[in-house]
Design a protein around this ligand. Structure first.
Ligand SMILES: [Zn+2]
Ligand SMILES: [Zn+2]
Length: 304
């Protein structure tokens, strides 16, 4: 049962915990992303080091840690609470120290571990009103409703919930700014809309959906209606649309890391996603990686 099957039951079956070692594909403590010839006073203050780790990505479950030490956020909790706790523990993070959980939308691959994790550790859930309604109530969980397009603070982070087109009730992507570091998380979107370009341009780390290869989708085994749903403007972003959106958004010389996320198991392969997207952004200074579906990693770190 997963997002691509349109399952929205928060009480769906949990995902069995897996215990794999964390793999670290990259760690770039880049100090020169923002060359200021004359430092402003604010730039003289210590800036937090930010690390970002994917615990899982795809229709089987999504969870992402953004950790700046004093501020720690989880984006989505779509694997079991136990798996999230174990994944965090391997990174030296106790779940109780999270400042909150940001929820993109109500599909099961983004919320399956949410009630248990939030309740067990007293965490506040940040979500749109439509997502909260679609979840059928939050059962007394601490939560904060955030409107689409609004900006709010969680711990020391400034977060913007940006509307995306997807067949959730009220789906958003997130722009997370901590110090001088900007991370964008845009998964589960059917349409590479122009308003996504500006945050992509600003980002140091881009986490963007590359869900499927269109030929694989149309020639694959999915039922016709499901193929139509995945390929629709409220479905999922294909590799080519992901690459084209990146190419439109990122035109300068600044180095950025891009994680290709939420790959379909049936209709994509990591190598196909990487090759297809890379062909769109030839000459850009983008460090492209494909997120593993089930395993933690890679780890990205950045000194703002
Ligand atoms: Zn999803
Ligand atoms: Zn979804």
């Amino acid at each position: 049962m997963n997002d691509e099957d349109r399952v929205k039951d928060i009480k769906g079956p949990g995902i069995q915990p897996r215990h794999r070692p964390i793999t670290c594909q990259s760690s770039d403590g880049v100090l020169s992303h923002h060359p200021n010839l004359i430092p402003r006073p604010s730039s003289l203050a210590p800036r937090p080091s930010v690390r970002v780790v994917s615990l899982a990505s795809g229709s089987s479950g999504n969870a992402l840690l953004i950790d700046a030490g004093e501020t720690r956020l989880l984006v989505d909790a779509g694997i079991s609470a136990r798996r999230i706790e174990h994944g965090l523990a391997r990174l030296g993070v106790r779940a109780a120290t999270l400042d909150g959980i940001l929820v993109t939308h109500e599909h099961i691959d983004h919320v399956s571990g949410l009630p248990v994790l939030a309740r067990r550790h007293g965490l506040t859930v940040h979500l749109t009103p439509g997502t909260a309604r679609a979840l059928g109530g939050l059962g007394g969980l601490s939560h904060r409703l955030v409107g689409r397009g609004t900006t709010f603070d969680v711990g020391g982070a400034t977060v913007t919930a940006l509307p995306v087109r997807h067949d959730g009730a009220d789906p958003v992507g997130f722009i997370v700014e901590i110090g001088a570091t900007t991370v964008v998380v845009f998964t589960d979107l059917g349409c590479p809309e122009p308003h996504l370009r500006e945050p992509l341009r600003r980002a140091d780390l881009i986490i963007l959906e590359a869900n499927h290869d269109l030929d694989r989708l149309w020639n694959g085994h999915y039922p016709w209606r499901l193929k139509q749903r995945v390929a629709s403007p409220t479905g999922h972003l294909c590799n080519d649309d992901c690459g084209a959106l990146l190419a439109e958004a990122v035109e300068d010389e600044r180095a950025r890391t891009v994680w290709l996320a939420h790959l379909s198991q049936e209709n994509n392969e990591p190598a196909i996603a990487h090759t297809t997207v890379a062909a769109h952004v030839t000459g850009r200074h983008l460090d492209l990686h494909v997120l593993p579906r089930h395993d933690p990693g890679p780890i990205w770190s950045h000194q703002g």
